[in-house]
Write a protein that binds this ligand. Structure first.
Ligand SMILES: [Fe+2]
Ligand SMILES: [Fe+2]
Length: 303
């Protein structure tokens, strides 16, 4: 049994003080927003959940984006130090993909995400599944019979928008990669920041090529899709040629909310072979309650 932990949207606090010139972009809007929401994303909540996660000793950890808030250069350095400082094995034990908050300004003008590159690279075992165009996404990492497929839906957008898109190239490349992994009987776990199906969030916050991506998933299949972005626990599914695909969204791992679905939490997936040779998945959520306790909730996947 392989145990995969999934968390998302840590929105690492505290926010370093921005220099004035760093606010000459979408960041100015984000900074005002963050000031309004800063008491919601709490470092102590995240620290408590991470201590619990480490005690659960998962085999691997996946993080689906929004590590930072307004993409300040110093935030990327802080997030890298946070990843390295977890003490659970660094890039060998943690996989990261970016979210929209990690891409407030174009990647080329803000090389911040490069600070996390060791956490977003194909591992040696997966070299033969690399993007045919040599692009950073999609990337594949293999851990025994488990394959993580990392996608990036993170794009700079206009102020007030939190949308994303994969783009034609990523969508064209990921289908054959899913097929090749499926042909070798890997358990294919897709990581994407935005909820991947049409209608899972508003247009302003949504994945703008969700229909095209849904069609790729339906044609090529996957065993599990993990996402974040909505700051809400979500479980959906999609009928695919290779069977039902559970689609699970984790809430923010730092949000202190009174709404049960928005409480800070992370998910644990137990992945193993069933009697018929197919994959069996069991899901548990570890949820922070407002008293500072972490309680476990077993979840039914829609299969
Ligand atoms: Fe977020
Ligand atoms: Fe997001």
């Amino acid at each position: 049994m392989f145990t995969l932990a999934h968390l998302s949207d840590i929105h690492l606090a505290p926010l370093p003080a921005p220099a004035l010139h760093e606010l000459m972009s979408k960041r100015a809007f984000g900074y005002v927003n963050w000031q309004r929401r800063r008491h919601q994303h709490r470092r102590d909540v995240l620290d408590r959940l991470m201590a619990d996660l480490i005690a659960q000793k998962p085999d691997h950890v996946a993080m689906t984006g929004d590590l930072v808030n307004i993409a300040l250069p110093e935030e990327f350095r802080q997030a890298r130090a946070w990843l390295d400082g977890l003490g659970i094995g660094g890039p060998k034990a943690i996989t990261v993909i970016p979210g929209n908050h990690d891409a407030y300004v174009p990647f080329l003008r803000n090389p911040g995400v490069r600070h996390w590159q060791p956490y977003m690279l194909p591992n040696a075992a997966a070299a033969r599944f690399a993007s045919p165009s040599g692009s950073a996404f999609p990337f594949v990492q293999l851990f025994g019979e488990i394959a993580l497929i990392g996608l990036s839906s993170a794009r700079p957008t206009f102020p007030g928008m939190a949308s994303g898109w994969l783009g034609r190239r990523q969508i064209a490349e990921v289908g054959p990669i899913l097929d090749a992994l499926g042909a070798e009987n890997f358990c294919r776990v897709v990581l994407i920041h935005h909820p991947p199906l049409p209608g899972m969030t508003s247009w302003q916050r949504g994945l703008h090529d969700a229909s095209a991506f849904r069609d790729v998933l339906a044609r090529h299949g996957a065993e599990l899709v993990l996402h974040g972005h909505n700051h809400r626990a979500m479980i959906a599914s999609l009928g695919a040629a290779t069977g039902m695909v559970p689609i699970v969204g984790a809430p923010s791992a730092s949000l202190a909310s009174e709404q049960p679905a928005k409480r800070a939490a992370y998910n644990l997936f137990g992945i193993g072979r069933g009697g018929n040779g197919g994959w069996q998945l069991a899901m548990r959520s570890r949820v922070f309650d407002l008293d500072g306790r972490v309680e476990e909730v077993r979840q039914e996947l829609l299969l």
